[in-house]
Ligand binder design. Structure first.
Ligand code: GLA
Length: 750
């Protein structure tokens, strides 16, 4: 069913707005006071059968009543855009200092507009429209003369509501914005759990689930990047919700800078979820006639548990958020030079790696860090984006051209937003950094952050990358960002605007990136920030894929991929086969398990030296062919978390045409007398037979290739997973003995 927005009047002749598609509805109305009251977000409700589940307006002891409205206490009224100081005790969506110095506003309904499509947000990433309807509701505060346009988009085919707001100062004097959230979702009192994702460098996306506590639960970042500590994503669900059952509400922010997601269980147990720019260390001076647009916040509803939620996020990201140029396009298999050579890279080594890349059947060679002027370790040279003359006497473009002559694609690494203290760029432009007067700048990975709020900095960076991209020899860019902000300020901004620096930085960054990706639509961009330090829907709107984590070792990657999969589909994730022992955690893992875990990312490759490649050449060649053969299935397929336990993980991926089903079984530590386990596959055709064609890899010969299973049996009885044991009975199928083992089953539908 197509998305619909229906506006009716309630019994008091006040408008009721119902945004629906065939599965979900989002309903709110105007109260007799002119406030926007939230009525429902969840399963579809016919506007005609929408009974007025309205705030009770019953006498309650010892509460404040909103202005002259009897028994109307905003602390228990679900609202669309709540403010502070008019009887609501919870954190508001909006908070600002008016020209007269106080911070009280009352936004009352003024008008609405329905649009057949979805306008882009000015200067900010946002989901595309198409097969959607949008509603813009205008509210005004007639004392401060602030006007807010609240935008909502509902889609035909996605259970997603996109929200943002635009604040306009129609008054004569300056208003100071302190808090301008993008969305507020007020849920009725109930027992909810929440799930969020976070961690640190090389341990990103760990999932954490807990009951929604009384008080506030806050996820936020304040250092200029969305960060790896908390991802700008949350799920709030009915207690007892599982992967397949239960109601789930989820919110994610289409923004890469400071964010805040608050879940507040107030005095009457209703739960408020607000998503937006972090108000901590934020102020925005809105002068007369100016407007401020908040980034977009996306809301998902699933009636089918966490898996239902993830399917909605995955299909929405593929369809409406990821760049269109690489939508559904299989990603090239690649060799990345980082863990193969680190900074010790030069023309000869690149050409040697290019030969290995070619002979393995890989499709692209990526030169990571170390290719530019004087960059021999991580202490120098960021900012000086010129080929290092000693390592690349003919320039990196010439090497790129030679690599391409071999029939390969060529990729290059940049950490463009950064500058090394030891660089010509900083010598020439000491004021181009994020910093504050008279203070020492804290360094991260020996580097400082350039002030991208400045147009001269943006122009310099554009010129540098444009010069290389315009050679036409570059097919892929890894866009890295290796530190967060400290001593936050901009030499270009006045004293009263210093706290605008982080958001102005993001606007500058998005402007720069948009200019580059628009000029070079054929180039594949990969988002990276020391791994997953800025892996969010903002960056992934401009870049087709991302380097999820520097944890390239597969057992360390399992929780990262599993956690990230709650929101991100395999098509936006990159991985590679790492050397052993792994350089970060020292773990030794078989080549097969490295391949099997990496299988579930769409961008797949390896980062191995020529010597390491030669040791496993024949096996690697087979695996590369397997990655190539399955590239289309992974970029376009549907991913499911089947089991996630401390000691084993099972994932499934169905090809887009449902004809091929991949089941990855990862076993972590060996032990004796373990349970016999089954995996219940999902979303198969119960009436079809599925032939187990191969367990790709070293154990291939152990598989009886004539095994055929009914879809009903695989889903309802489950597949018996191979047992882990050093004591093996003859003729039985065991998992490889020892720790860190895996199987990748491939079923073909008959
Ligand atoms: C970051 C990235 C790595 C690599 C290095 C290069 O840490 O996450 O993949 O590119 O930078 O310095």
């Amino acid at each position: 069913m197509t998305a619909k927005i229906i506006v009716t009047n309630d019994s008091s002749a006040m408008p009721v707005f119902a945004l629906s598609n065939s599965s979900v509805s989002y309903i709110f109305r105007v109260s007799i006071e002119g406030l926007l009251e939230h009525l429902h977000f969840g399963g579809r409700v016919e506007p005609s059968s929408c009974y007025p589940s309205e705030p009770k307006r019953l006498h309650r002891g010892c509460v404040v009543e909103f202005q002259n409205s009897p028994h109307y206490n905003l602390s228990d009224v679900p609202q669309e855009y709540p403010v502070f100081g008019t009887s609501d005790n919870r954190l508001p969506a909006f908070h600002a200092i008016n020209a007269d110095g106080n911070s009280t506003q009352v936004f009352r309904y003024k008008s609405y507009q329905i649009l057949d499509n979805k306008p882009d947000l000015e200067g900010l990433p946002s989901a595309r429209g198409g097969a959607s309807k949008s509603l813009v509701v205008t509210v005004i505060d007639d004392i401060s003369n602030l006007r807010v346009e609240l935008s909502y988009t509902v889609y035909d085919d996605h259970n997603v509501v996109a929200r943002s707001s635009r604040i306009i100062n129609d008054g004569a004097n300056r208003v100071t914005l302190l808090r301008a959230m993008s969305s507020c979702l007020d849920l009725p009192a109930a027992d909810y759990d929440l799930l969020h994702l976070g961690g640190t460098w090389a341990r990103e996306f760990n999932q954490d689930r807990l009951p929604v506590p009384k008080g506030r639960f806050v996820l936020e970042s304040a250092t200029g990047a969305s960060g790896n500590v908390h991802n700008p994503f949350i799920s709030v669900m009915d207690k007892g919700t599982t992967e397949r059952h239960g109601r789930v509400f989820s919110s994610a922010f289409v923004y890469s800078g400071n964010f805040s997601i608050n879940v507040e269980k107030g005095e009457f147990d209703s739960v408020r979820v607000t998503t937006g720019i972090n108000p901590f260390n934020f102020q925005w001076q809105l002068d007369s006639g100016e407007s401020f647009t908040t980034p977009e916040s996306l809301q998902v509803f699933s009636n089918a548990g966490l898996n239902g939620m993830s399917q909605t996020w995955h299909s929405f990201i593929k369809d409406k958020l990821s760049p269109e140029n690489y939508q559904g396009v299989p990603r090239p298999t690649y060799l990345n030079s980082w863990e193969a050579a680190y900074f010790d890279i030069d023309e000869d080594k690149v050409l040697e790696l290019a030969d290995r890349t070619k002979s393995l059947g890989l499709e692209m060679l990526v030169v990571d860090d170390g290719w530019f002027e004087g960059r021999n370790d991580d202490t120098t040279s960021l900012g000086d984006w010129y080929s290092d003359k000693r390592k690349f006497p003919n320039g990196i473009e010439a090497v790129a051209a030679r690599v391409k002559q071999k029939g390969l694609k060529f990729g290059l690494w940049y950490d463009l937003e950064m500058v090394s203290p030891e660089s010509n760029l900083l010598l020439d432009h000491p004021d181009w950094i994020i910093g504050v007067p008279h203070r020492v700048n804290s360094k991260g990975r020996n580097q400082l952050t350039l002030d991208l709020s400045r147009s001269d900095v943006q122009n310099y960076l554009f010129a540098r990358i444009d010069q290389i991209l315009s050679s036409g020899s570059i097919d892929y860019i890894k866009w890295d960002m290796n530190r967060t902000m400290t001593e936050i300020g901009s030499s270009r901004l006045s004293v009263d605007r210093q706290l605008e620096t982080p958001h102005r930085y993001m606007l500058g960054l998005y402007c720069l990136i948009k200019k580059i990706v628009t000029k070079y639509p054929q180039v594949l961009f990969e988002n990276c920030a020391a791994g997953g330090n800025r892996f969010d829907l903002g960056m992934l709107h401009y870049m087709s894929q991302g380097w999820v984590s520097d944890m390239s070792e597969p057992i360390g990657r399992l929780p990262i991929t599993n956690g990230a999969s709650h929101i991100f589909p395999p098509c936006v994730q990159a991985s590679y086969i790492c050397p052993v022992p792994n350089h970060l955690n020292g773990r030794q893992v078989s080549l097969k398990t490295r391949v099997d875990v990496g299988f579930f990312s769409a961008a797949r490759g390896l980062s191995l030296s020529a010597e390491d490649i030669d040791k496993d050449f024949e096996a690697l060649k087979r695996y590369v062919q397997f990655y190539k053969d399955t590239a289309d299935d992974v970029v376009n397929g549907q991913f499911y978390r089947v089991q996630y336990h401390d000691n084993h993980v099972v994932w499934q991926l169905n090809s887009a045409n449902s004809k091929t089903v991949y089941l990855g079984y990862f076993h972590i530590l060996s032990a004796v007398n373990l349970p016999f386990r089954k995996a219940h596959l999902v979303n198969l055709d119960p009436e079809s037979q599925y032939l187990l064609t191969s367990d790709f890899g070293v154990t291939n010969e152990q598989v009886d290739s004539h095994l055929s299973f009914g879809g009903d049996a695989l889903m309802n009885m489950g597949l018996d997973l191979p047992y882990v044991s050093a004591l093996q009975a003859e003729g039985k199928d065991y998992l490889e003995t020892g720790d860190f083992t895996s199987r990748l089953f491939v079923f073909k539908k008959r």
